[in-house]
Design a protein. Sequence first.
Length: 216
Amino acid sequence: MINKKPLLEMINISKSFPGVKALDNVNMKAYGGEVLALLGENGAGKSTLMKILSGVYKKDEGKIFIEGKETNINGIKEAEALGISIIHQELSLLPNLKIYENIFLGNEKRLGIFNKLDKKYMREKSKELLSKIGFTMDPDTMVKDLTVGEMQMIEIIKAVSKKSKVIIMDEPTTALTDVETKRLFEVINKLKSQGIAIIYISHRLDELFELCDNVT
């Protein structure tokens, strides 16, 4: 069910690079429990807008509201703390680590005065997160042994583990098979049911008609 008040609102966002105005007073709203399609031709500024939202770039002008509260996003960690995650086309998993190690990479759970890794907790929590999106897989599996579709699911689980309220997906089906795409859509619909806002960038219009609730 889509919430009536926007979870995210970007108002009059502008961004310039040397010799180029990438964004000129751009507005966007996203609601919890909604898949929002972000459309535009190459060079329209979609990625720039999402990099501002996810803390990669700083806006020159404009305002950003999360759950009605104005906020300034000054880096990736700050965006994550606000509940914003982005899944890029180029997946950022480390192939020589296990699933649970990738899920908790940079956010490891530690124990006691010796700061020892709590591997048991991270394995169990990873299993719980996998189950939450209907994925039955051993958290000790090496990422290098996964398919591209499975790797993408791990990226989504990483976002869920950070209690993300907004998840940005940039051309997520580019390297997926039809079966993997169908599985991805099932997972996205589960995230919707949990009140998460999905911002979905794709050039495949058939996907947008099937999946998305709204368009910017």
